[in-house]
Design a binder for this molecule. Structure first.
Ligand SMILES: [Zn+2]
Length: 430
């Protein structure tokens, strides 16, 4: 309302002034050099107004022309920003699907469109490394080393390239050098421990990893426990470090038996059974340092007592107790445990033990419906998938350390929620 009033007021004043001037045009004479210009105040005003308008228009045009290159580059920047964003979205999909080829392509686009150095170089380095393209990996590593923010990861990348080259000594010397800078770094310490393990330098391995707090990392803490035990330290201290090492558990059982503390050994088995669900644990308990049949019977009764509550949880418990009864020469009881295992779950171990029992007692005979049975489970390497008859700390196929898993190990407790590792398909950065 105020604006309209103001507009009307100004229009009225200007019109009044224009009419007033028109009624009193007067005379204006300008003599300039040899020219005489005669006009009136209205004409002069019109000329002045026209000159003023031309100057304004001229300045406006000049400023517009000056801004043209800036405008062009601004729209180019906007376009690149949009393309960069699109590449980032595509990269997220590539990461999820583990599409290495597209990952490399989109990393290059991010580098180009967003002028990004670090993120794209890390991606390109990782893709090159996981494709075993060591020349490219070295090239990107060189770029990483020029980025101050990438200082730490470029140290790790050095080690990763050396490991990919299978140059253990080079990786070891990098790790020892970087440990001076990052004394308690878990990654550097763990890698050092693994390399020392591969060289069977147990003490050095333990020394390099002992200060690291493993917290919920069961693999790391079992590596610590293994190295502690392998370097000849007290086995009961080793098991305090982790109860997730098969070797440490077996050695602790043996030590309890040696100390004539078999009920402690049985309790240890009861507590840790489901970390492994592996009959070899009970086999060790019933066979290690066995004195006579009475000893065998005593151990059998003890193990049945502690394992009874687990009896319905797993066929491996039934099989283990059948083995224990067989060792104690109680054929009927051994058969009973085996009969409780559903036929479809029978494997070579079940069948072989049943045959052994039948040989021992004429009263017992093999059930008629046993035909093809499953193959016996075996330890397998989570790194190379090779199967092994016995547990080993270092996979003799791929040299991975602490990588063997018993296939029957209960995964109820350890089942991971999908989102805990949404990038599980992504090429590993270690
Ligand atoms: Zn392996």
């Amino acid at each position: 309302m105020f604006k309209i009033t103001k507009f009307f007021l100004i229009t009225i004043i200007l019109s009044y002034f224009a009419v007033w001037i028109s009624n009193r045009p007067g005379k204006v004479r300008i003599v300039w050099q040899e020219y005489l210009i005669e006009t009136n105040v209205v004409g002069l005003s019109a000329v002045i107004f026209f000159i003023f308008l031309s100057v304004i228009l001229f300045l406006f045009l000049v400023s517009k022309i000056k801004n043209i290159p800036e405008k062009v580059s601004f729209s180019q920047k906007e376009k690149y920003l949009a393309l960069g964003n699109e590449s980032l979205d595509d990269l997220a999909i590539n990461l999820f699907l583990g599409d290495k080829e597209a990952l490399e392509k989109n990393s290059r686009k991010i580098k180009k469109y967003l002028k990004n150095e670090m993120f794209s170089t890390v991606m390109l380095f990782n893709t090159a490394l996981s494709n075993n393209n060591l020349d490219d990996a070295q090239k990107y590593l060189k770029i990483l080393k020029t980025i101050p923010k990438a200082y730490y990861i470029s140290r790790r990348a050095d080690v990763m390239v050396a490991l990919k080259e299978k140059n253990i000594d080079k990786a070891l010397s990098f790790l020892l050098e970087y440990r001076k800078e990052y004394e308690n770094d878990p990654w550097i310490s763990e890698k050092l421990a693994i390399l020392y393990s591969q060289k069977k330098e147990w003490e050095l391995g333990w020394e390099s990893i002992k200060r690291i707090k493993a917290a919920d990392n069961t693999l790391l803490s079992s590596l610590q426990a293994n190295l502690h035990a392998l370097s000849g330290k007290n086995i009961f201290d080793s098991i305090k470090i982790s109860e997730n090492s098969f070797h440490v558990l077996i050695e602790a059982i043996k030590q309890f038996i040696k100390n004539n503390e078999i009920s402690k050994a049985a309790k240890l088995i009861e507590k840790n059974w489901f970390n492994f669900n592996c009959p070899e644990i009970i086999e060790t308990f019933i066979k290690h340092g066995l004195k006579n049949n009475a000893d065998s019977l005593k151990r059998h009764k003890l193990i049945v007592k502690v394992m009874k509550k687990h009896l319905n949880s797993s066929d491996e418990v039934r099989l283990s107790l059948a083995m224990s009864a067989f060792q104690a020469k109680i054929w009927g009881e051994s058969q009973k445990y085996l009969d409780d295992i559903p036929r479809e779950n029978w494997d070579e171990r079940t069948k072989n033990l049943y045959e052994e029992i039948c040989k021992k007692s004429e009263k017992l005979s093999m059930p008629n419906d046993v035909h093809d049975v499953n193959a016996s489970p075996e330890w397998y390497c989570i790194s190379c998938k090779t199967r092994h008859k016995q547990w080993q700390f270092i996979c003799d196929e791929c040299k991975a350390v602490n990588s063997l898993k018993w296939p029957k190990t209960s995964n109820i407790k350890k089942k991971k929620f999908f989102l805990e590792n949404p990038f599980r398909h992504f090429p590993k950065m270690q």
